[in-house]
Design a protein around this ligand. Sequence first.
Ligand SMILES: [Zn+2]
Length: 284
Amino acid sequence: MGSDLRETLSEYRRCGRAILATNFYNAETLLAVLRAACALGSPVILQTSPSTIEYLGLKVAVGLARAGRDELGVQAWLHLDHARDVGMVRRCIEAGYDSVMIDASDKDFETNVRLTREVMALAQGRGVLVEAELGYIPKLGEREAQQFEMTSPEQAERFVRETGVDLLAVAIGNAHGFYKQTPQLDLERLRAIGERVDAFLVLHGASGIPDEQWREAVRRGIVKVNFATEIKDTFMAGLRTAVQQSDSIDIRQVFPPAMQAVTELVKQKMRLCLGQEALPPAAK
Ligand SMILES: [Zn+2]
């Protein structure tokens, strides 16, 4: 969809920066994110999960992302987040996605390798990048149930060698959803993984990671940061307030405060990815 994603990721890694990858769910969250990218002149990766594709329809998801990118003149790519099956990946590649994630992280190593290789074969020759996950990043609500396996640098090296995967999501103490306690990323592990693999490293579960750890993770080689939970939370909080404060049936007046709040939030996170100082939140 955009200009070359691989080249931009390489350039960002060289400069010790990362590209923010934000999920969108409807036109409002998409525009809110694109306005942040536009304001900062930053590129952005626009992600949809399979459940968003189910909600919007694949053609609407692709059409919205493309139209939004063109309307705002932002450098943006469309990415499939956490696909669980190869059929979904195939549909998205055919529909024009720039990159796809196959998440077989809950399977054994050999199965993860096999599924990732299958997706690599589909993506090859189409200029589509492939992301996989090794180790296990807990999904929402799973956190307390058990101890999760972090990414081993040795296994990561073998995984990337055997699959040729372009992007690798690492488990270094990060988790999806909100953190119950302040997360402590294993930055030493991240450095060790980075020394062993050339795949672009991806940090999932960025919502709630303190700024300093976020910046340090980017310095140590994270080049794509996935950010979703706080977008949903901020958007819904803004929407609830707007709905409570007004009886208007004008949809176009109800959404903008929530969109504006998301734009400000995403700008802060983009600044972290670019290695800039985050500005203090605007005084209320
Ligand atoms: Zn994720």
